[in-house]
Design a protein around this ligand. Structure first.
Ligand code: AMP
Length: 393
């Protein structure tokens, strides 16, 4: 069972690890408010969607377990068939270079990272606690979004601010979307089938980040201490001159929290275009002649292209560029526009092959010396694989 717990929501998937097939997935929403459960069995049984009271995460987990084992909507006979639970945890700080079985030390470390992931880590821990209570004795595994970035070398992760902030406050670059980057870059290495494979993975969705890795080990990645750094995103600004904060705060009298809210929620392609954060809406508006929507798309492609160039420089070249997540998997125009101008690196995309959506495909042109692929990400499966590996160790 794979759990992704947010502060008021909880997503789940039950995966049969005999053949890595999805048995059921679903979503608990409005936890602590009122509660709604959507449960989607994958065995032909009907979808269940209804208001269910969820005062806390525990009631949500209990409802999920009841549905997974029920006659009408179930996919397993009994709870005993659920052998382990893997939890997505946002921030593992420097403590966690890989996933781990949850014990007291692991829980304490997740707590220690609350200041680094204030919106996510407390919710992730709540999900763990709820499963422990509802499924006593079933091993729980924590899979950290940040562990992929732990192989970055100091010159990649250190910020050029007084060193004491790193020493005293753990302020450094961590990177996020790590589970997705790990999944896709491992698959890219498998495709290339040679030692020393240099991968640049573009995880482009509502949140976006790029990673550089060699043999699946992260060399650099675009998000930082928080998921605000790096590319412009749906609503996040990505990189900017830090002095802009002071300028805007002074002029408009904003507090630091208000300023951060603007950078997290009102910026990115939404901020530039004024149209929205969804790339489909932007593409539609741009086609209808909206210049700011076009500018937002151009800015996004330009910044992804720059990351690809800089990561090729960081690794002394690149063997395969991969596109994943909502836009990466489903946006042929965006992929083509990003790769335009990367011919100097030997990157050429085949226009016809690139028309694919959501399916693993080699989209490189015959004369491309760098492979270009669409590889659908599957964070839940990565979490399930880690979980299985740890509980059968
Ligand atoms: P994610 O955060 O990975 O779920 O990605 C969400 C983003 O993917 C949204 O901006 C969607 O507009 C975008 N997306 C999903 N499907 C498509 C599509 N067919 N064409 C372009 N963008 C898409």
């Amino acid at each position: 069972l794979v759990i992704n717990a947010g502060s008021s929501s909880l997503k789940y998937q039950l995966i049969d690890m005999e053949n890595e097939s999805l048995l059921a997935k679903g979503l608990c929403e409005r936890i602590g408010i009122d509660g709604r459960l959507t449960h989607k069995p994958q065995n032909g049984k009907p979808v269940y969607e209804a208001d269910v009271p969820f005062p806390t995460h525990k009631e949500a987990i209990e409802a999920v377990l009841e549905k997974l084992t029920s006659k009408e909507y179930g996919v397993v006979e009994t709870m005993a068939e659920i052998g382990a639970v893997g939890h997505r945890v946002l921030h593992g700080g420097i403590e966690f270079t890989e996933s781990c079985v949850v014990d007291d030390a692991c829980e304490a470390a997740i707590k220690k990272c609350f200041p680094l992931g204030p919106l996510h880590n407390p919710a992730n821990l709540m999900g763990i606690k709820a499963c422990q209570a509802a499924m006593p004795g079933v091993p729980q595994v924590a899979v950290f979004d940040t562990s992929f970035g732990m192989s970055m070398t100091p010159e990649a992760y250190i910020y050029a601010i007084p060193y004491e902030y790193y020493e005293n406050d753990s302020i450094r670059r961590y990177g996020f979307h790590g589970t997705s980057h790990r999944f896709v870059s491992a698959r890219a290495c498998e495709i290339m089938g040679k030692k020393g494979t240099r991968v640049i993975n573009c995880h482009l969705g509502n949140g976006s980040s790029v990673s550089a890795s060699i043999d699946g080990k992260c060399v650099d990645t675009s998000m930082g201490l928080t998921p605000l750094e790096g590319l412009p995103m749906g609503t996040r600004s990505g990189n900017l001159d830090p002095a802009i904060l002071q300028f805007i705060m002074n002029k408009y009298g904003y507090t630091a929290d208000e300023m951060l809210n603007i950078l997290n929620k009102k910026s990115g392609v939404l901020g530039i275009s004024g149209v929205g954060s969804d790339f489909r809406d932007l593409e539609k508006a741009a086609k209808e002649g909206n210049e700011r929507a076009q500018l937002a798309l151009d800015k996004f492609a330009y910044e992804v292209r720059k990351y690809i160039g800089s990561y090729a420089a960081a690794m002394g070249g690149v063997d395969i560029i991969t596109f994943t997540a909502g836009v990466g998997e489903n946006g042929p125009d965006m992929r083509e526009s990003i790769c335009e101008g990367l011919g100097f690196l030997g990157v050429h995309v085949d226009h016809e092959k690139n028309q694919v959506r959501g399916k693993e495909t080699d989209i490189s042109a015959a004369d491309s010396t760098v492979k270009v692929y669409v590889i659908p990400t599957n964070e839940e499966l990565m979490i399930a694989r880690d979980t299985l590996a740890l509980v059968t160790k």
